[in-house]
Design a protein around this ligand. Structure first.
Ligand SMILES: Cc1cc2nc3c(=O)[nH]c(=O)nc-3n(C[C@H](O)[C@H](O)[C@H](O)COP(=O)(O)OP(=O)(O)OC[C@H]3O[C@@H](n4cnc5c(N)ncnc54)[C@H](O)[C@@H]3O)c2cc1C
Length: 387
């Protein structure tokens, strides 16, 4: 497929949010024919991956996906808000987020902020161009919500770390080129104080990836086994024993900017629900709209704070909680309005509805379970006691 002619977004000087909204919207309209194949995705993960990587490449070559990233890291400069507009306009026009959009917004900012400059300037452009994908190696059997108890060990061997242990629920690790890995470098009792983040090539000898089939029928995530994996010291992200700061930053991105992208997608999905299910009650439609819109307002505030470089505090916990509430409500409404389609349909739209319904169940688990967000809000906002 020919790439759409490049829009020289860099030559326009300082772009504002309304500029990008208008110009990107126009560009999407002008390239609707080229982009049409991306409105209908294959139903298998592998096909989706390949298709969305192509979409990512097109958007990169036209410059859009580089907005809001520093120039020294392959971007075109400007604030985080520009990234938010691009993802929102893309969703509003009915296109899916390119595959690494989620990774970009979750792991990209941490690599930009915490990795040594030689590493981030080499790795981030490759992510933006869609040349590689990354995965997030945090959770372990026995260390999910209680991340501070993780056990994967990294032992100092001079110019390398020797890594041993296991990770689980690592999304799309079977396709990933790199992993942002949390390891224990302190004593077993050091909890969150003895964790170090490493950026690991997934083809390093000693790594075994075992895909896990989810209830969607697809291997959405994997178990990872590390057996004497040697990781060069220059792949350390952040301070040695300072990985907790990296992890918390990543989780705030996952609960913050990634929630913005999700709400953009949910707004579009609500439109398709109304179109596909005319019998959907007004009350259901209204409430789903309210929830998605409330998420949009909350998430927009987070995006603005990020753009202004303000600390986020506990705000991403509100965003994440509302995101999972809205997403579950939306797909509960879909199931109620189209039970036959969701349960028994076997054409592509029916499979999409079913997959999205099933995946929506996970929205209150990944990125930090809903109960954990409630705990954070209870302790830090309401001042309730920890126990
Ligand atoms: C679709 C999906 C994709 C994922 N992708 C990734 C990934 O790419 N990388 C990665 O590292 N992980 C990933 N995860 C894992 C995810 O981060 C964990 O599932 C999550 O942190 C919860 O941990 P857990 O599964 O160990 O459950 P647990 O922590 O064992 O929790 C079980 C239940 O107990 C509740 N609970 C636990 N502690 C408390 C408490 N203190 N107070 C109240 N309730 C509590 C939880 O809310 C939950 O309901 C993914 C998960 C899903 C579902």
């Amino acid at each position: 497929m020919a790439a759409p002619s490049s829009v020289n977004v860099a030559a326009t000087g300082e772009l504002t949010v309304p500029d990008v909204r208008e110009r990107f919207g126009r560009w999407l309209g002008e390239h609707a024919d080229t982009l049409a194949p991306f409105t209908e995705l294959p139903t298998d993960v592998e096909g989706v991956f390949a298709t969305l990587s192509r979409l990512q490449r097109l958007l990169y070559e036209a410059g859009w996906i580089r907005l809001g990233w520093p120039e020294e890291l392959g971007g075109l400069g400007g604030t985080v808000a520009l990234r938010g507009v691009v993802s929102e306009e893309l969703a509003a026009a009915g296109y899916p987020p390119p595959f690494s959009f989620g990774t970009q917004e979750v792991l990209g900012p941490a690599v930009a902020r915490f990795a040594p400059p030689e590493l981030s300037s080499q790795a981030l452009p490759r992510l933006l161009r869609g040349e590689e994908t990354w995965c997030q190696g945090f959770s372990e059997p026995g260390a999910g919500s209680d991340l501070g108890s993780l056990r994967m060990r990294a032992v100092d061997e001079g110019d390398h770390w020797r890594v041993n242990g296991e990770k689980v629920w690592t999304s799309w690790a079977q396709y990933a080129d790199r992993c942002l890995l949390l390891t224990r470098t302190g004593t077993p009792e050091s909890a969150h104080r003895g964790i170090t983040a490493l950026f690991v090539d997934m083809d390093t000898p000693g790594i075994t990836v075992r895909p896990l089939v989810a209830m969607t029928g697809e291997a959405d995530f994997c178990s990872l086994f590390f057996d004497d994996v040697m990781v060069p010291k220059d792949r350390t992200v952040g301070e040695v024993d300072g990985g907790w700061a990296v992890a918390m930053f990543i989780l705030s991105c996952e609960r913050g900017v990634a929630a913005w992208q999700r709400q953009a997608w949910m707004r579009w999905r609500l439109g398709t629900l109304v179109a596909d299910a005319p019998e959907l009650s007004d009350a259901r439609t209204g409430e789903a709209f309210e929830l998605v819109h409330a998420l949009r307002l909350l998430s927009r505030r987070t995006l603005r704070s990020l753009s202004d470089g303000e600390p986020l505090g506990v705000r991403p916990s509100f965003d994440k909680l509302l995101m999972s509430t809205a997403e579950k409500y939306l797909f509960d409404a879909a199931l109620e309005a189209m039970p036959d389609t969701l349960l028994f349909g076997d054409d592509d739209p029916a499979r999409d509805w079913r997959n999205d319904y099933l995946y929506s169940r996970a929205s209150s688990i990944y990125g930090g379970a809903a109960e954990i967000q409630r705990n954070i809000i209870a302790e830090h906002v309401l001042g309730l006691p920890r126990e």
